[in-house]
Design a protein around this ligand. Structure first.
Ligand SMILES: Nc1ncnc2c1ncn2[C@@H]1O[C@H](COP(=O)(O)OP(=O)(O)OP(=O)(O)O)[C@@H](O)[C@H]1O
Ligand SMILES: [Mg+2]
Length: 327
């Protein structure tokens, strides 16, 4: 049953460039969280900081009582075994077959026999729909297949925390729907703590329990999905509803003149809050909230038409299995 990740006052700069400052949030154990943000706002840097690949300048990251921002290399090595990571670029070894890439963490971190390793690798390859492609090199397969191979590799150590850096970038809408369903199903089966970085609004609106937005060198907001989807905060509202009116421009921030010139009196109403994506067997995940629970508990009236399965909101088409989605 997943592990909580508690981030307090995290700040990171590269030279004079502050990436983000004073980021605090808790990824609740076993829940799915999504991190959004315009390109270049430091989402990948945030993920790399969570696993100790990048050291923050200030702040703490507590996982099972260890502060991985300040702990020894030895403690970090142990804590890293809790993580599975799907990097943005797949990060496959180009000269190794998919089988060897997926087997790599098992050979590195465990004393399992080759026959045990083979069983685990094939189980994960089946899960992501890549059976038959074990002997291919990463350069011989499509980008979507590389993503799924990266996912299989992220799963082999049965991680308690899984970080996904843009699992859906470069995928067509059907494959994106498959990968979203796969993540929801995996969360149901593993009950691990998930953090997904994505630019896909549909994914952000329907998959997670919690949503965060990195913008303007800080964490604008982090909280339950329904809180952000009903929020009137300008950057959150603009990003989650893919609107052009608001503080975010093509070069991340608009200047004061541009903002003043916008007519905020005619903002479109908030769209309905869609139902959250369910596991494909129809049973809710262990941490899945009831639709509308956050709104009801907080006296928030959701936009009209929310939580209806009538196709009026941005819903992801139901999928049954990712297998067969390859090639
Ligand atoms: N190792 C590094 N050294 C110096 N600067 C870095 C390093 N890694 C990232 N940066 C800078 O940090 C900023 C944030 O990068 P990051 O890759 O985290 O953005 P992102 O939010 O993931 O963007 P995208 O959505 O395009 O993937 C960028 O300006 C980048 O150039
Ligand atoms: Mg990135």
């Amino acid at each position: 049953m997943g592990v909580e990740v508690r981030v307090e006052g995290l700040t990171k700069a590269f030279g004079k460039q502050t990436i983000w400052r004073d980021v605090s949030l808790t990824l609740p154990a076993g829940q799915i969280s999504v991190m959004l943000g315009p390109s270049g706002t430091g989402k990948s840097v945030f993920l790399k900081t969570l696993i100790g690949l990048i050291k923050p300048d200030e702040g703490h990251i507590f996982i099972e009582g260890v502060d991985i921002a300040t702990c020894s290399e030895k403690d970090l090595y142990e804590i890293r075994k809790l993580f599975g990571v799907l990097f943005q670029d797949g990060a496959m070894f180009g000269s190794m077959t998919l089988f060897d890439n997926v087997a790599f963490p098992l050979r590195e971190h465990t004393r399992k026999t080759e026959s045990e390793i083979s069983d685990i690798v094939m189980e994960k390859m089946t899960m992501v729909g890549l059976v038959g492609a074990e002997d291919k090199l990463p350069g011989e397969i499509s980008g979507g297949m590389r993503k799924r191979a990266g996912l299989a590799r992220a799963l082999v150590l049965e991680p308690e925390i899984i970080l996904f850096d843009e699992p859906d970038s470069g995928l067509d809408p059907v494959r994106t729907a498959f990968i979203n369903q796969l993540m929801v199903d995996l969360n149901q089966q593993t009950e691990a703590t998930f953090l997904i970085v994505t630019h896909d609004i549909n994914t952000a609106r329907t998959v997670p329990d919690n949503i965060g937005l990195l913008y303007h060198r800080h964490l604008s907001m982090f909280g339950p999905r329904e809180m952000l989807l009903s929020s009137e905060e300008p950057a959150v509202r603009q990003f989650l509803n893919a609107q052009t009116v608001g503080p975010i421009g093509m070069s991340e921030e608009k200047d004061a003149d541009e903002l003043a010139a916008e007519d905020h009196s005619t903002l479109p109403p908030l769209p309905p809050i869609p139902l959250q994506l369910f596991p494909s067997d129809g049973r809710p995940r262990a941490t899945q909230p009831e639709p509308g629970a956050w709104c009801a508990a907080n006296g928030v009236v959701p936009p009209p038409g929310s939580f209806l399965d009538d196709g009026s909101s941005f819903t992801v088409p139901p999928q049954t299995s990712v297998a067969g989605g390859a090639r």
